[in-house]
Design a protein around this ligand. Sequence first.
Ligand code: AMP
Length: 216
Amino acid sequence: MRIVLMGPPGAGKGTQAPRLAEKINASHVSTGDMLRAEVAARTRLGLMAKKFMDAGDLVPDQVMIDMIAARMANDDDNAHPSIILDGFPRTVSQAEALDDALQATGGAIDAAIMLDVERGELVRRLAGRATCANCKTPYHLTFSPPSKDGACDNCGGELVRRPDDQPEAVRNRLRVYDEQTAPVLEYYRAKNKLTVIDGAGAPDDVFKLLLSSVRS
Ligand code: AMP
């Protein structure tokens, strides 16, 4: 199965995608995580991408299409019969390039699932979001804080805030989502591949909805 997990920033993709991947034995491919790893390693790609990311803008399509093509070519299909794409495609051009690449190998996207969350809730979530720098466990400093300030409950790692969770970047990311990524929903809807699920609930409740959508 090849699943695209969609939704605006703060909808919960980064929380749900790894859980779903573990449950259905899929590989989890997050272009945001891949880019952040490039930034941390100070590669040329990372240094170029950082400017776009910090401002909440999209990294150019061709860079992303090349990145995902290389990643999917390296995927060990036997270890992971399924794949969950988290954060890709984010433009119609990316969606078309993905379909072309899969078609060339006789494959296709099976489903696009959108986590739907209203705007005010997205802003509240992003305003308090923090992640363990070590094991990537997500926290919300108000709704699901760690038991010890600034430290991960899971591994003791340092909790960090993303630069693009600053208010100005958040406003831009939501604008970019409306203008460039929302049309991708229509792209999959027209192919009868889109399912919209309610992403407003607690993580466990959203996960149940997600799982039943994947299994239906
Ligand atoms: P995310 O972790 O998915 O929110 O991604 C963080 C940032 O990485 C985005 O705001 C973009 O700047 C960049 N990014 C991630 N995926 C893509 C993509 N498919 N196309 C363009 N930029 C991306």
